[in-house]
Design a protein around this ligand. Structure first.
Ligand code: NAD
Length: 427
C-alpha cells in the first residue's frame, strides 16, 4: 500500500492512494506487454485534471463552497466517458483512479470511448433537492467548457441519478442555447435516455455471473450471494439474481448489514429500504456489521459500494468462491495479493461493471442517430459484448498463465496503447 499521496509528486501527503494502486495494476499488465517507454509513461498520467470550486446557496440562506473535479484520463480511442460521484470522500486521487479505470474498461469491452470521471465532495444524503439542483447546475457550469457529446460525456455514479443527469443536460443546453441530449448518458427516457440503462450495470454483472457459473460447473439456482451496497447496482443485481433462483443471504449499505442464511425476500427488502432509508431493521434477518458480512460464507460476494472495502484486514477472511466486483476499485492491491493465494474466481471491476458504460454507449449512439432501439436489441447487444469480453479475459489469462484481473488489464491497456501508438505524438 502507498504511503505517498500522488506517485508523480513526491511532495504529496501520505495515505492510501487509489490512483497509485491502479498504476500498480498497469505496471503488472505492462510486465506482459513490455510497451515502449514513452507510451507506457503516457498511460500513467491523466491527460487533464480539473478542480473547481462550487458555491451553493443553501436552504438556510448561507453560501457553502464545495470542491468538484473532472479528470479526463485518456481519449486516444474516442471521447472521454465517465460518471459523476457525489460523496464526502471524493478526492482528486480517487477521481483520477476512477478515470483511469474507465479508460481500461472502455477499451476492454472495445467501445470507442476514452476514460474520465468527475465528482463533488459533498454529502448528498443530507442535502435538499433544491440544494442538489443548485450544486449540480453550478458544477456543470464550471466543467461546462470541457464536456460535450464529442468531448466528454458524464453519467451517473454513486449518489447521482437520472434527475442529476437531467439537470446537467439542461444546464449545458442553456449554456449552448440549444438542447444537447448527448452531453450525458443515464438520462430519463423522456430526454433521450435508452431503455435498459437503469439496470445495465447489474444486468452486465449477472450475464458475467451466468458465464462464470457455467465455467466453474456450478448452478445459478444453488448460489448464495452477499452484496455490499444496495443502490442502483447492488439492489438491481439482488433482484435479478433472486429472480434467477439464487439466494441473496446478506446485504449491506452505508448504515449496516443484514444476514439470513435461508435467503432474504429481495422485494420486501427493497420496500423496507425505500421506507426506512436503509437495509437495517429488516425483519427475519440478523443484524451484522459490514465487516462480519464480508467475512461470512457465501458462494458469491458482490462489493457494490465504495473502493477499498476488500482490503488487507479482511481479504484473508473471505469465504467465497466468486468475487464479482460491481464497485469500482473495491479491492486494494494488498488484498488482491492475498486473494490470488485463495481459490476465488475474480470478476474484476473493469469487466464486472462494464455493462453500465456499454449501455451508455448504446444511448449515445441512439442519441446521435435520433433513432431508438427496442429493449430486446439493447439486451442482446449487451449480452454479446459482455460474453465476448469474458471469453477474451479467460483466454488471455490461460495464455499468459495469469489471473483474471491482470488479463483484463492486459487487454484494456494494450488496446489503449495501440491507439496512442498509431495516432503518434502531437505535434
Ligand atoms: P448508489 O449511490 O446508487 O448506491 C450506493 C450504495 O452503497 C448505497 O446502498 C449506499 O448505502 C451504499 N454504501 C455507501 N457507503 C457504503 C459503505 N461504506 N459500506 C457499505 N455500503 C455503502 O451507487 P451505485 O450507482 O449503485 O454505485 C455503486 C458502485 O458501483 C460504485 O463503486 C460505482 O462506481 C460502481 N458503478 C456504478 C455504475 C452505475 O451505472 N451506477 C456503473 C459502473 C460502476
Amino acid at each position: 500500500m502507498s504511503t505517498q499521496g500522488n506517485p508523480e509528486d513526491p511532495d504529496s501527503p501520505p495515505g492510501r492512494n487509489p490512483f497509485e494502486e491502479v498504476l500498480q495494476r498497469v505496471e503488472e499488465a505492462n510486465g506482459f506487454l513490455d510497451l515502449p517507454g514513452p507510451i507506457y509513461r503516457r498511460l500513467r498520467i491523466p491527460r487533464r485534471s480539473l478542480t473547481v470550486s462550487v458555491p451553493v446557496r443553501m436552504d438556510n440562506g448561507e453560501v457553502s463552497f464545495f470542491t468538484g473535479y473532472r479528470v479526463q484520463y485518456d481519449m486516444a480511442r474516442g471521447p472521454f466517458k465517465g460518471g459523476i460521484r457525489y460523496h464526502p470522500g471524493v478526492t482528486l486521487e480517487e477521481i483520477t483512479a476512477l478515470a483511469a479505470l474507465m479508460t481500461w474498461k472502455c477499451a476492454l469491452v472495445d467501445i470507442p470511448f476514452g476514460g474520465s470521471k468527475g465528482g463533488v465532495a459533498c454529502d448528498a444524503t443530507g442535502m435538499s433537492r433544491d440544494e442538489l439542483k443548485a450544486l449540480t447546475r453550478r458544477y456543470t457550469y464550471e466543467i461546462g467548457p470541457f464536456i460535450g457529446p464529442e468531448t466528454d460525456i458524464p453519467a451517473p455514479d454513486m449518489y447521482t441519478d437520472e434527475q442529476v443527469m437531467a439537470w446537467i443536460m439542461d444546464t449545458y443546453s442553456m449554456m449552448k442555447g440549444y438542447t444537447v441530449p448527448g452531453v450525458v448518458t443515464g438520462k430519463p427516457l423522456c430526454l433521450g435516455g435508452t431503455v435498459g440503462r437503469r439496470g445495465a450495470t447489474a444486468t452486465g454483472l449477472v450475464i458475467l455471473l451466468e458465464e462464470t457459473v457455467r465455467h466453474l460447473g456450478l448452478a445459478m439456482k444453488d448460489l448464495t450471494v452477499s452484496i455490499v451496497g444496495y443502490g442502483k447496482v447492488g439492489a438491481v443485481a439482488a433482484g435479478l439474481l433472486h429472480g434467477m433462483g439464487a439466494k441473496v443471504i446478506g446485504v449491506a449499505d452505508s448504515k449496516g448489514a443484514i444476514y439470513n442464511p435461508g435467503g432474504l425476500d429481495v422485494e420486501l427488502l427493497s420496500a423496507h429500504k425505500a421506507e426506512t432509508g436503509g437495509v437495517s431493521g429488516f425483519r427475519e434477518a440478523e443484524e451484522l456489521t459490514i465487516e462480519e458480512l464480508i467475512a461470512s460464507e457465501a458462494d458469491v460476494l458482490i462489493p457494490a459500494a465504495l473502493e477499498g472495502q476488500i482490503n488487507a484486514s479482511n481479504a484473508g477472511k473471505l469465504r467465497v468462491k466468486i468475487l464479482a466486483e460491481a464497485a469500482n476499485n473495491p479491492t486494494t492491491t494488498e488484498a488482491d495479493a492475498i486473494i490470488k493465494g485463495k481459490d476465488i474466481f475474480v470478476l474484476p471491476d473493469v469487466l464486472a461493471n462494464a455493462g453500465g458504460v456499454v449501455v451508455s454507449y448504446f444511448e449515445w449512439v441512439q442519441g446521435l442517430q435520433r433513432f431508438f432501439w427496442k429493449e430486446k436489441e439493447v439486451c442482446d447487444r449487451l449480452r454479446e459484448i459482455m460474453t465476448s469480453a469474458f471469453e477474451e479475459v479467460l483466454s488471455v489469462a490461460a495464455e499468459k498463465k495469469t489471473d483474471t484481473r491482470t488479463a483484463a488489464m492486459i487487454l484494456g491497456v494494450k488496446r489503449v496503447a495501440e491507439a496512442v501508438r498509431v495516432r503518434g505524438l502531437y505535434p
